[in-house]
Design a protein around this ligand. Structure first.
Ligand code: GDP
Length: 369
């Protein structure tokens, strides 16, 4: 069958079945590459590297955090624990908005402004598409070209697969490593189309929503709940012919925010205009973030939120582990078919089926112990 590319076009790269293809790379080179790839450092070597701001080592440590290999992960935990006393000294900003709103242009503009003012900026991305489609909304184009070569900026694309809870924990651990490496501003970028905002909200201090003016549906598929989480809404692309519409949208969003209940922090969410292209309003966004930081540090909310987030991640991790422990349990796997059969033939209710499986699980754990 002729090879077809992803758009279903016939491709010149067709493979004739039945003809053995030559090795593209010598097997020994593959082995050498593998052993090089798996070379691990000692925990203290990672820690020293991170604390001295060595980004190659920081990248390697983040790869360990993202790894599904239990050995890598144990090593990562050791490194994180040693980095923890050096973490926490940054402002963590979540940035979201639909694809095309200008997130990468905006991050580049604000990011260059920050690095020029002496800040060290880390940009982490969470991409909900990557685990489902193996593609990436955030990674499929060259993004933030200037920032990626800036010695005061560190850009890390999203960890690929994994549950949202897992991604939240891994991103949180990545934040700890970046802070220990001296980054004092952390941006967490996400596409404003899914559940990931809720996860991002649970790991940042400040949540910024970028919007467009006059894009038909004023909410642009952004759920009300996401607007409700925002500490600031900025209407991007407020330039050229768009300025009038942007001002109108600003009034509309301000009115909409008035209808939301007061925030726990006591902060009144701000609505503003910016243009990532002309850089108008970019400094204003940063001033808003700083004002929020001062305000919530003064009333104690900043620390309270960080404490709550730590506890939330702990419980999230417990839930994840209990769930995967249950479904991967051999006795459960062996019992599922029978319990399912009893359930579907109306011998037992869903509640009793669940109880039965839980009993099976806990008694298998007792025998293990
Ligand atoms: P993302 O998908 O949200 O990361 O959006 P991008 O940063 O890739 O921007 C999408 C398009 O909008 C690009 O063509 C940008 O050049 C353009 N763009 C981004 N910011 C602005 C802006 O402030 N004004 C105007 N006019 N265009 C912008």
């Amino acid at each position: 069958m002729p090879y077809k590319d992803h758009q279903n076009h016939e491709s010149a790269l067709k493979v004739n079945e039945g003809i053995e293809q030559p090795e593209q790379v010598s097997p020994s080179a593959v082995e050498r590459f593998k052993s090089k790839k798996q070379q691990l450092l000692k925990p203290d070597e990672y820690v020293q590297g991170i604390l001295s701001g060595n980004r190659t080592i920081l990248s390697k440590a983040i790869t360990l955090v993202e790894s599904v290999n239990p050995l890598h992960y144990a090593l990562a935990q050791d490194v994180i624990e040693k980095c923890l006393p050096h973490s926490g000294n940054s402002v963590r900003v979540g940035i979201t908005g639909v694809p095309g709103v200008g997130k990468s242009t905006f991050i580049e503009a604000l990011g260059k402004h920050l690095t020029a003012s002496g800040f060290k900026l880390a940009v982490l991305a969470i991409d909900p598409s990557s685990s489902r489609t193996k593609g990436s909304i955030l990674g499929d184009k060259t993004r933030m070209e200037d920032l990626s070569t800036d010695k005061n900026a560190f850009i890390r694309p999203s960890p690929s697969a994994g549950s949202l809870g897992g991604v939240a924990r891994k991103t949180n651990e990545t934040i700890i490593l970046c802070e220990a490496a001296g980054f004092d501003v952390i941006f967490i970028e996400t596409v404003g189309v899914g559940q990931s905002e809720i996860a991002v909200h649970s790991m940042v201090d400040f949540f910024l929503l970028l919007m467009l003016a006059g894009a038909g549906d004023e909410l642009q598929g952004i759920k009300r709940g996401i607007m409700e989480m925002a500490d600031a809404i900025y209407i991007n692309k407020a330039d050229g012919d768009n300025i009038h519409k942007a001002n109108q949208a600003k009034t509309e969003y301000k009115n909409a925010l008035h209808l939301f209940p007061p925030t726990e922090s006591g902060w009144i969410p701000q609505v503003g205009l910016c243009s990532a292209r002309s850089k108008q309003g970019i400094e204003d966004v940063w001033q808003t973030i700083r004002k929020y930081e001062d305000f919530t540090k003064a009333n104690g909310f900043f620390q309270k939120k960080r404490h709550d987030q730590k506890v939330q991640i702990m419980f999230g991790t417990i839930h994840e582990n209990l769930k995967s422990g249950f479904y991967q349990n051999e006795t459960i796997q062996n019992s599922l078919a029978q319990v399912n059969k009893d359930l579907l033939s109306d011998k037992i209710s869903s509640y009793i089926a669940a109880q039965r499986l839980l009993e099976i699980y806990f008694s298998s754990k007792r025998t293990e112990g």
